[in-house]
Design a protein around this ligand. Sequence first.
Ligand code: LLP
Length: 392
Amino acid sequence: MLFNNIQRERIRDLETPFYYYDLDLLNETLDHAKHAADKRGFHVHYALKANFNDRLLSVIQSKGFGADCVSGNEVQKAIDLGFTADKITFAGVGKSDKEIILSLQHGIFAFNVESIQEMEVINELASKLGVIAKVSLRINPNIDANTHHYITTGLDENKFGVPTSELETAASVIRQAKNVELIGLHFHVGSQITDMNVFKSLCVKVNEWKNWFEERGTQIKVLNVGGGLGVDYQLPDDNPIPDFETYFEIFDRFLERAPHQEVHFELGRALVAQSGSLITKVLYTKSGVKKHFLVVDAGMTELMRPALYQAYHKIERVDTDQEPGVLYDVVGPICESSDCFGKEVPLPQSERGDLIAIRTAGAYGEVMASHYNLRDEVRYLYSDALNLSPSL
Ligand code: LLP
């Protein structure tokens, strides 16, 4: 149950829809991840793209995570929220000159470089500024992450990284580039990966390419294996925290690393997904010829994942303990048929004004919101406000 009876009273009259963030669960999740990583000497950079909400980011920063950014604005936000430059990486296939310059000026830890041409541009811009850019080369290892095809990234056909056939050229460009220092190799094969064998295969590839570089006399300091650890969208109430132990253990066992080599991760979803829920109110109930609909006041504009990837999110009533008795299609107000959060969702008999939670929405939820249909800005509620403020 997301809310106890007192909390239910407190949220009843709040304006909806809003994202609810459970900061206790966030803290607990982060502690699990940090503990499992620290004891193996691993470094985790949180992927801001999953959620760059200031409040969440501040908690993440305070726990000692680094920041993995994919735009100049994300780099700037990380700096503004207290991440030190030496813990910031900048990834992405399309870094603009302006974004590269900003990151060079801040002196970030490393650029994850996605093409030979990008390497040349970074070298040129770094030379103009009179600085050395530290870079990791993103290699496309051609691994199938067995996940939704929109979020798989490590196949030959994907736009990400340098294909292995171009590594010889990349290595020689790097050797000649005076203002670029290669510190690492970067891999990321996809997101929402639940099959741990994918990470084993990744380790094999990382070992292979690390050796390839070392045989050619290039020492590699950082092995960045990306992110991608999936979460259980079924959200078992008793265990919402992803299994970080098993995940990190795979890399500990299968990655061959010398004592001087650091292992870096870029986790996004697994750190924040379970802590967020989208709370929405039933506006209308409709019974079609074959269907019962609940029209709610949140739409694909607040949470796009179901419309975009047919993603499953658990849907439940948050204001009653009644057992489900009706199958509803839960749909939003946006003028698109894909604006549907779930079909034939078992829920208690519901009425106008009832409150619904769409769970596991802490990652790639709020950040992918849009203004389509000129919708309102996204609203939030944090669990500490609910626990402490009697006036809510
Ligand atoms: N590193 C790189 C290079 C990435 O491209 C990503 C995610 C991550 C790290 C973080 O991956 P995570 O640990 O969160 O799986 N919007 C989609 C997910 C897109 C993921 C993009 N890249 C969704 O809602 O499922």
